[in-house]
Design a protein around this ligand. Structure first.
Ligand SMILES: Nc1nc2c(ncn2[C@@H]2O[C@H](COP(=O)(O)OP(=O)(O)OP(=O)(O)O)[C@@H](O)[C@H]2O)c(=O)[nH]1
Length: 300
């Protein structure tokens, strides 16, 4: 029998991993396998989803809508060969992916017989949507989905949330659900959900993004790290990773999305040092210059 697939798309930092973690931990009784795709060579998402699920496979250093398509199909075969087999497969697209590329791969008749793309859900960052509205990739992600899931709506005021809901309803035909009202399990897991779809449009090839994968073996000082990130943040679209801070026993998880940076306790995994991924646009972010600044931190 064909295993249903839920594809989660959305721009960098929108809230895809957070949604998938919530889904994996929810009370649905389903055996779920997750395939997560990070743009950089360091697979932060697999580590973030890993603690909550057994069947998590990370695809890295590319994007499954284009360069990693073959990897996705190979990974799907591995996931489908697991025993017991999953009852649902969740695929997280990278934040730079046009879901049309993935939808095309998944609607191949051979794949379809084994794993049937059921629903494409696009996570929309309520704090970032007004700025992104005219971005062709952001639009392709929303348009290529079956439902829009509003994340972080608690971080914007009610009037801004209402304006956003109205503009999304005017621009897209999809159903809009606010994640602040709870995880929409019936919509995400509905076996009678969207499924049969028209052939996907030609996927958008967006090559404006560059990234830096930065690692160091030792700890870094928090105040100097914050100064460096303060300088880099205006040119970044996304940063995330694990840091070993001087004077702290355990590593912390650093997240930057939009202009919002957070540090939180990381799951202890025995790993040492720091692993960080920084993503920006070619015209404003210089990964080599950022590497020099970060390397200086490691020597501080
Ligand atoms: N307050 C709030 N924060 C959220 C919500 N969803 C995500 N975040 C935060 O937003 C940041 C990015 O969330 P992720 O779930 O990692 O976003 P993502 O879309 O998986 O990011 P990429 O895979 O890097 O594109 C993290 O700091 C999350 O804690 C939400 O609904 N409310």
């Amino acid at each position: 029998m064909s295993v249903p697939v839920l594809l989660v798309t959305g721009f960098l930092g929108a809230g895809k991993t957070t949604l998938i973690n919530a889904l994996l931990q929810a009370d649905h009784g389903l055996r779920i396998a997750a395939i997560v795709n990070d743009f950089g060579a360091i697979n932060i998402d697999a580590a973030l989803v890993g603690p909550s699920a057994d069947g998590v496979i990370g695809l890295r250093n590319g994007c499954i809508c284009c360069s990693l398509q073959g990897d996705l199909l190979r990974t799907l075969k591995i996931v489908l060969g697991q025993s017991p087999s999953p009852e649902l497969i969740v695929i997280e697209a990278s934040g730079v992916a046009d879901p049309a590329g993935i939808t095309r791969s998944l609607t191949d008749p051979v794949i379809w017989n084994a794993a049937r793309l059921q629903t494409v859900a696009c996570v929309i960052d309520a704090t970032d949507a007004a700025r992104r509205r005219d971005d062709p990739l952001w639009q392709a992600q929303a348009r290529g989905s079956d439902m829009l899931l509003l994340a972080k709506s608690g971080l914007v005021d009610m009037a801004a949330r209402d304006r956003l809901s109205l503009s999304l309803a005017a621009a897209f035909r999809q159903r809009l659900l606010d994640l602040e009202s709870g995880l929409p399990l019936p919509a995400l897991l509905d076996p009678d959900g969207p499924t049969l779809r028209a052939s996907s449009p030609t996927p958008l090839r967006d090559d404006r993004f560059v990234h830096l994968d930065w690692t160091c073996d030792g700890p870094v000082p928090l105040d100097a790290f914050q100064r460096v990130m303060g300088r880099l943040a205006p040119d970044l679209l996304r940063a995330k990773g694990f840091l070993r801070l001087k004077g702290r026993e355990t590593r912390v998880l650093f997240q930057l999305s939009g202009q919002r940076a957070t540090l939180s306790a990381a799951e202890e995994d025995g790993a040492e040092g720091c692993q960080l991924v920084l993503i920006g646009q070619k015209d404003s972010f210089d990964p080599d210059a950022a590497r020099i600044e970060l390397d200086a931190l490691a020597r501080a």
